[in-house]
Each structure stands twice: as C-alpha cells, then as structure tokens.
Design a protein around this ligand. Structure first.
Ligand code: ZN
Length: 713
C-alpha cells in the first residue's frame, strides 16, 4: 500500500490563545492517558492503533507493504495509523519509538463476534423476539495570511463539536502554527491548535479532529505564528439536511447477526421469493475461483532445509492428502529421480560412490518441476538455496482451508434488482459492498437497505413511489471467496483468494497475504497507468492484480453497470472510519496530478447530495460523518489507484460515491475518538447497518429528484 500522506505536527508548546481559554472542559488540555498498556504475544495478529514516532517511520511501513487498515490520521499532532500486525512487528515498532494506543480488534475477535451474534439471534428467535432496537486584521509584522476554508459545527449525543480547516499563504514553511479561537452563543470562548496536513509532499491545509465545545459556536477566527489573522466567520451547521420523517409503522431492522456468504446467498433467495413482483436476481457473468487453494507441503524442515511442493490443481480437486517424500535409495551412484504413484510423490535422492545422498534443494525442486509439471510445482524455501536435501519424513499436501461447511465450487456472485419497472426506463441506482472481505458490516448495510425498500413497498406510499421511479441494483457481496476465508481462516483477510504470486512468495507462510485487492483492479487511474495507491507486490494489501480487471470480482461490478446504462448513481460500501467520498480517487505521484476534477455543477451535485445522505445517516443514532471526511477520495482519504468508483464515474458517467461505514465513536471519558474496526461486537455492526441503510434510501431519493429535474427526452 502506498500512502503518501504526510503530516507535520506543529509544536504543541506555544498556544497563542491559551489566555482566552475560559472553558477548561472544551479547551486544549490533553486528557490523561487512562488506557491500559497494549500487549500482544509475538505470534498474535491484531488490528492496533499505533502512534508513530515520525513520518519516516510511516514511510518505511508503507514501503514494506504494511497492512494499513485505514488512513493514518493526525491526532492532536500525533500520527496515528491503524495496522494489522503481529506482536513481533509491534515490538519492532515500539523499539523504534512507536506507541500502541488501542487494540481495535484481535485476531479471532471477529469470529467470536460472529458466533455471539448468531447465538443471540437464535436465542431471540427461540424466544419469539425480533432483533434489538437499537478578517483581514493582519498586523504589520505578519508574513502570512489565513483563509478559513471550512468551519462547521453539529451536536450529537448532547455534545456539540466544531471542526475547522484553515490555509496559510506560507505554504512552504513547515513550522507555521495555526490556532483557532471560538465564541459560543452564550459567550464562552476557547481555542485549539490546528495541524499541518500535507499529501504527497504538498501542503494542503491545517486542520484538526472535531473538537468538543460547550454550546453552539457563533464566531471562529484563526491566527498564525507568523502573525497572520483570518476573518471572523460564523461556523455553519453540518450537514444541515434532514430526510423526510419515517411514517408510523415504517419497517426496518432486518439484520440480527453477521452474515456469511452462505447466509447472504440464502437472504437473496428469500427476498426474491417473498417479493416476486418487485425483485429480479441477476447472476453476474464471472464465476469466482471459489473457496479453494492449491494443496501444499514443506518437503524437509523449513527451519533447516526444505522445498515447498504445491499441487497445480486445487486441494479439493483430489490433491489434498497426496503424500510427498524424499527417500535414500540405499545404494551408491544413483541418480535423482521423481516418481508419482498411488497418490505418493517420491523423490529418490542422488547418491555418491560411498552411497551418501548428495542432491541439493535446488536440484530436487528442479527435478519435480521437470518431471511432474502438470501435477506439482516446487520452489526452494527461503534460506534453503543450495543446501543438501535431507531425507525427509513423508508429509501430506493440504490446502490449509479450515471452513468445512463452505462449498469449494466457483461462486456465482448475485445482484438484486428492485423496482416496479425493471426495464431500464427509470433512473438506476447501484449499491455494492464487500469488495474487501473483512468488511463484514458492509453487506449488512446493503441488505438492510434492500429489505427496507421491499418490506415497506406495500405499506408506505413514499417507498412505493421510490420503487415506481427508481431502478435499484444491489450487489451485497462482491468478494465471496475472500469473505469465506475471512470468516473461516483469517478474520483480517482483505483481498480475494486468487494467488498470482510466483516463486518464493508462494511459500505457505505467506498464506494470509495472497490475493488481489479488488478495489485496486479497475481500469481508470490505475496502478498500470502510473497512479498512486496500489502495488505490484502480490503480498501487499493493495496488490493491483496482473492487469486491469484481471479478477472476476471487479469484472462483475463493471459488467452490471455496463449492461444497465440507466444506472446514474452508485455507492461502493466499505468499512471502517466514517467517510463519504467521490472522484477523483487517484493521482500520479509526480506533482500529485489527480484524475480530472468534476465540473462545478457536478461538484455541487456531489456535495449537496452528500449533505443529504450524511443527514439521513445521522437520523438513526446521531452519527455525523465529519466534514473533513466528506469530499473527493484523493482529498480526504488517499490516492487509491484503480478503484471502482473512478471507473464508474469517468468511463460510464455514473455519479459514484464511496462510504466507509463505522465512524469513530467519541469517548467523553477520555476525550478521544475511538476506532471501531472491521468486525466490532455485533451491536455496533447492527447500528452501522441501520444508519447507513438510511443513507442509501436517501441516495434513492437523490436519484429520483435528479431524474425529475432532467428535461423530457
Ligand atoms: Zn474496503
């Protein structure tokens, strides 16, 4: 993964406006650190929020292909990154000056949360219950001027927050400190520092996380350490858009546990059966590889000397259990031979005149590849090159897959099409989710959305009207193979199950790093075109694949959109972090040249629609997606070369958005925003499904209003 974000924290010592601080609760004082120390055993893998020592440390992590789970963020001047790492890797980072601040999710937490959610749902069903409700005053000495680019406020859960973005004209001075001062309607005042934000080596602006304030802020201004002063502005209410109220009896809450791919398949089938007049199920054209892998074993001891032997076919195609062994022929002057009989691959080692075995690891691997190329592939284990091949105990090939209840067959990915007129005559909307396997909350969002539209069609005239006017497409699960692996083998699996690695990278110790990042495999602004944010390394979390659209999964999304040219709006649902984004989603490294910016009119449509949708999300439980995280991908997140929304927008003319569901939650006790992770305890995932389904319903209203405003053909 290549994240070229760069933060330079202003020194926190000189707070220019500390004297005007009259509300200690809302000021600049950093809260005490009451969190227990974070510890991981050496071999344990976890998702950890880590405070990095400096930018160089982040750059090193990125260069080595670290699994960055989210955009590294400036938190009060600290660089915080969410990383999937082992205890050993965390210990190395800590030794280099990093500090772990939160274990977001441990390996296995997801499986436990899945099991808990299923048990609880079953208990509720057994009990007959439903799912839980849930100014230009610049002084003469000033050498810079300041522009307030954004100042927004909102109230959620009884707490009012303020967020500001300010730009200095002294763009090249990394030491400029900017402080924001505010005044509330009832006269309280306070201040907080902003932090410099650079992306791809270029200054963007200063900003900070949403800051708690005691009441509605009515004035905001900024000053810089160079003497620059901004105008006094009035902060704007965010998002200041409210969806129509839900009618009495509106039906929702159709999600009562995490859903595996098999569960999702069953749900699609049930919806099609239950709402025949309103649903088509579309089988997408490309079958996936299936939940399958090549069977593999170490011949020899990988700690001493070994060759990795792998079946050419998948394990479930008769290759699991095949035995491999090396034997000493017991006679002098024998050649190296390879034979395969009765599901046993036998490598008879060469001997010298004294009868001692003399074959090397390289010779054994080459012999297997030469004699049995249609059945086996062999590579020398890392560190074993040129070593004498030991007479190894027989071992059996195995695909290593743990999911015993999962079909190994290639998977047909399905889309639901919802509407009264499913013939292309109405404006189309596409919602798709789980391109990334570990993002378990995302299909809950799209399925809750689909079922709300269907269940309310008969009882709520407004829902019926939407289904009259809009043609809705939903792909709940783009990446079923990866999802099966995430549920059964490795909760942190992001990519699909196709292993394009060659040579030593196919070593089974890399088994949780194989696969293609589906959302880096599309054609526009791609890695192959020189854009930033995807990798050619098959072990990287952002591996782009062998070519644009090399994967069945990405091809399916594009095929659906191409086959239905009435689709005009799309939402690509991911987790986590609480973002609402649109194109451009990528830039080139040199000069940070983005894909073309949308026109003014289109940018206005993107933003006004986003505010409506953010407002609808907030209706459920008050979750407010921050203004700093609402905007073009390349501006608010990072460059994501070859992502699907960019292809949908630039190639197919679709207004294409991305959600990152799972917003950080404010912890009033610690004064920290806390990450929720990919597979939180189910109550949180349930909350995400409900609020973001509401956001998708609002997207349907946006599409209806857009279509109504178009001139008649
Ligand atoms: Zn994702």
């Amino acid at each position: 993964m290549i994240v070229r974000r760069r933060w330079t924290a202003a020194a926190t010592t000189a707070i220019l406006f500390s004297a005007v601080l009259s509300n200690p609760a809302a000021g600049t004082a950093a809260p005490a650190d009451p969190a227990p120390p974070v510890t991981l055993s050496a071999t344990e893998t976890a998702l950890v929020r880590v405070q990095l020592r400096d930018q160089a440390q982040l750059d090193r992590l990125v260069a080595t292909g670290a699994d960055l789970a989210n955009r590294p963020r400036a938190r009060d001047g600290r660089i915080l990154a969410d990383l999937v790492l082992s205890g050993t890797q965390l210990a190395e980072l800590t030794a280099q000056g990093a500090k772990a601040v939160q274990v977001v999710q441990r390996a296995g937490d997801g499986s436990r949360h899945h099991a808990e959610s299923v048990r609880a749902a079953q208990a509720r069903t057994a009990a007959g219950l439903r799912a839980p409700a849930a100014g230009q005053r610049t002084t003469a000495a000033a050498v810079d001027t300041l522009q307030v680019q954004q100042a927004y406020w909102w109230t959620t859960g009884g707490q009012t927050f303020l967020q500001a973005q300010v730009a200095t004209t002294a763009t090249d001075d990394p030491d400029v400190e900017i402080t924001v001062s505010w005044r509330t309607a009832d006269g309280a005042t306070g201040s907080f520092p902003l932090y410099r934000f650079e992306d791809s080596g270029e200054y963007q602006y200063h900003y900070n996380l949403p800051q708690p304030v005691p009441n509605r802020p009515v004035q905001l201004s900024a000053t810089s350490s160079l003497g620059g002063v901004s105008r006094v502005v009035t902060p704007t209410l965010w998002p200041n858009a409210t969806p129509p109220p839900l009618p009495a009896g509106y039906q929702k809450d159709f999600i009562d546990a995490y859903l595996t791919p098999t569960d999702i398949q069953a749900r699609i089938k049930r919806l099609a059966r239950q709402y025949r007049d309103l649903v088509d199920v579309i089988d997408l054209p490309n079958k996936t590889q299936g939940y399958r892998r090549n069977a593999v074993a170490y011949l020899g001891d990988p700690a001493v000397a070994a060759v990795v032997v792998e079946s050419v076919r998948f394990g479930d195609q008769g290759m699991n259990g095949v035995q491999v062994r090396t034997v000493d022929p017991g006679r002098p002057n024998r050649p190296l031979t390879v034979g395969y009989r009765d599901r046993v691959l036998t490598v008879s080692l060469a001997t010298d005149t004294a009868g001692k075995t003399v074959s090397t690891t390289d010779e054994v691997a080459a012999a297997i590849n030469a004699r049995q190329p249609n059945r086996f592939r062999a590579t020398v284990e890392d560190g074993s090159a040129g070593l004498p091949m030991p007479v190894a105990a027989p071992t059996r090939l195995d695909d290593g897959l743990q999911g015993t209840e999962v079909s190994a067959r290639p998977w047909t990915v399905q889309a639901l099409r919802l509407g009264v007129h499913r013939n292309g005559s109405r404006v189309g909307v596409l919602a798709y989710s789980q391109e990334h396997a570990r993002e378990w909350a995302t299909p809950l969002v799209t399925l809750e959305f689909a079922e709300r539209m269907l269940a309310n069609a008969r009882t709520d005239p407004a829902t019926r009207e939407l289904l009259e006017q809009v043609d809705i497409f939903v792909i709940p699960m783009v990446n079923p193979d990866g999802a099966n692996y995430s549920f059964n083998d490795f909760n942190f699996q992001r990519k699909n199950l196709v292993n394009h690695c060659t040579g030593a990278a196919r070593d089974p110790k890399n088994r949780t790093s194989w696969g293609v990042d589906i959302n880096r495999n599309y054609t526009v602004g791609s890695h192959f075109d020189g854009y930033v944010g995807a990798s050619a390394n098959c072990l990287s979390g952002n591996y782009a694949g062998t070519a644009e659209l090399s994967e069945a999964e990405s091809g399916n999304v594009i095929a659906l959109a191409q086959d239905h040219p009435n689709i005009k709006f799309a939402m690509n649902v991911h987790s986590y972090g609480g973002y609402f984004m649109w194109p451009p989603g990528a830039y080139r490294a040199d000069g940070r040249v983005t894909l073309p910016r949308p026109s003014i009119d289109e940018s206005t449509l993107f933003l006004t629609s986003a505010r409506r949708i953010v407002g609808a999300i907030a209706q459920e439980r008050g979750t407010v997606t921050w203004p700093s995280q609402t905007g073009p991908v390349a501006d608010v997140l990072y460059s994501a070369a070859g992502n699907s929304a960019d292809q949908l927008y630039y190639e197919l003319g679709i207004f294409a958005w991305d959600f990152e569901v799972g917003n950080d939650r404010w912890n009033p006790a610690t004064g920290e925003w806390e990450g929720v992770g990919f597979q939180p305890p189910f109550d949180e995932a349930h909350g995400e499904s409900q609020e973001y389904a509401g956001g998708l319903v609002e997207m349907v209203r946006v599409a209806r209003d857009y279509a109504a405003a178009q001139p008649a053909p």
